[in-house]
Design a protein around this ligand. Structure first.
Ligand code: NAD
Length: 395
């Protein structure tokens, strides 16, 4: 099949296996170029196929030499359809891990279900006995509750009043004003049920009950705060409510893990182009401005740089730096006053005419297509390639 990008709004419905492989290899090479990390040896990553979860799995394996199990929800190629990018990423990861002599197994299915939790626990019992670190990196549009069967849908909306601000169509650079209506009480409840911490707590409870958590086991979930500019649609909106719930869950989990000396952390990460963040109104324009400024200042990072810092300079450093709320902050460079002052200054001037010079929309677009394996150097996208790729150790 000759594979070209096909976009529908903020999603790309095709993915390129060779491009995804190269993307994974680039991240592995970055980690290999850094000092090895004295970190965990058995790592479970829930949501390991793209974005922050993929970078977590790569850092654990190639930075710490850890055995990894990845859980994700991706689709293999079918008649005339490519697999999803996450599928190709996991196939490439497993191949590289195998070459490096690292244990890696993958479970594809609904992480919110009891069935996938049981399957994962069985695998840990059989192959490892215990797990040292659990990264929880799910970003999902919906969740079926494993006990009640209720289906929840998450929405990204403000709370209380409508929110109007600039946004950009990153494909054609058109800047326009968007008004997002406030969420109903039920939409808030449903978003919290999908993106809050209930499922994270369920995972850790299930792992603990099964006796597969090592002494001192830790677990980390990711959050975002961002500047005033995006607060209405993020921090103070439906997703922010879900993140508050996630933070409350981290405290519950820490209590649960007290007797084994374990702990749960929230890591507040940087805004980056991932499949999830491109769906949020206003945020792509903010990210395009942010990237321009952070690149100019030499402090730009992608998922893999963030994850290396999480492991090497936070979780497994001699002292763990936390903010006053007890959170890990990897958004420290993004939130620097000089960076945010510059974003705010440029925000008022940016429009369709000056978008290419004022922002790094070009970098945004490149990062977006790269998520699906497109635009990588050295790949001939006019050439036939085999879209049917197996994940070697899929359970
Ligand atoms: P992403 O879309 O790149 O990755 C989501 C992962 O979840 C994928 O591996 C996908 O397969 C998996 N997944 C989704 N539904 C699933 C299901 N039902 N069962 C099993 N796996 C499932 O997302 P991301 O941007 O890396 O987000 C991960 C976390 O990081 C989220 O909590 C997000 O809020 C947070 N975060 C993201 C940003 C950002 O800018 N992207 C910034 C800070 C924090």
């Amino acid at each position: 099949m000759i594979i070209k990008p096909k976009t529908r709004g903020f999603i790309c419905t095709t993915a390129h296996p060779e491009g995804c492989r190269q993307n994974v290899k680039e991240q592995i090479n970055y980690i290999k170029s850094k000092e090895p990390i004295k970190g965990p040896k058995k790592v479970l990553v829930i949501g390991s196929s793209t974005g922050y979860g993929l970078a977590s799995r790569i850092t654990a394996a190639f930075g710490c030499g850890a055995d990894t199990i990845g859980v994700f929800f991706e689709k293999p190629a079918e008649e005339k359809r490519t697999a999803t990018a996450g599928w190709y990423n996991m196939a490439a990861f497993e191949e590289e891990a195998k070459k490096a002599g690292l244990y890696s197994k993958s479970i594809n299915g609904d992480a919110f279900s009891d069935e996938i939790k049981e399957k994962t626990i069985e695998l840990i019992k059989k192959d490892w006995g215990k797990v040292d670190l659990i990264i929880y990196s799910l970003a999902a549009p919906r969740r079926t509750h494993p006990k009640t069967g209720e289906v929840f849908n998450s929405v990204i909306k403000p709370i209380g009043q409508p929110y109007t601000n600039k946004t950009v169509n990153f494909h054609n650079g058109e800047v326009s004003e968007i008004t997002v209506d406030p969420a109903t009480e039920d939409e808030i409840r449903q978003t919290v049920a999908v993106m809050g911490g209930e499922d994270w707590e369920m995972w850790i409870e299930a792992l603990k009950t099964a006796g597969v958590l090592a002494e001192g086991a830790i677990t980390v979930a990711f959050s975002y705060i961002g500047p005033e500019l995006t607060h209405a649609v993020y921090k103070n909106g439906t997703i922010g409510k879900a993140k508050e719930h996630l933070e409350a869950s981290s405290k519950n989990i820490t209590k649960l893990l007290k007797d084994i000396g374990g702990k749960a952390y929230i890591s507040v990460n940087k805004a980056l182009v991932t499949q999830s963040s491109s769906a949020i109104p206003v945020v792509p324009l903010y990210i395009s401005l942010l990237f321009k400024i952070m690149k100019e200042k030499g402090i730009h990072e992608g998922c893999i740089e963030q994850l290396y810092r999480l492991f090497a300079e936070r979780l497994y450093a001699d002292t763990l730096l936390l903010d006053e709320e007890g959170r890990i902050r990897l958004d420290d460079f993004e939130m620097r006053e000089d960076v945010q002052n510059e974003v705010a200054r440029l925000w008022s001037t940016v429009n369709t005419e000056n978008i290419e010079e004022t922002t790094d929309i070009k970098g945004y677009r490149e990062d977006f297509f790269k998520l699906f394996g497109f635009g990588l150097p050295g790949i001939n996208y006019d050439e036939e390639c085999n879209e049917k790729v197996d994940i070697p150790s899929l359970i």
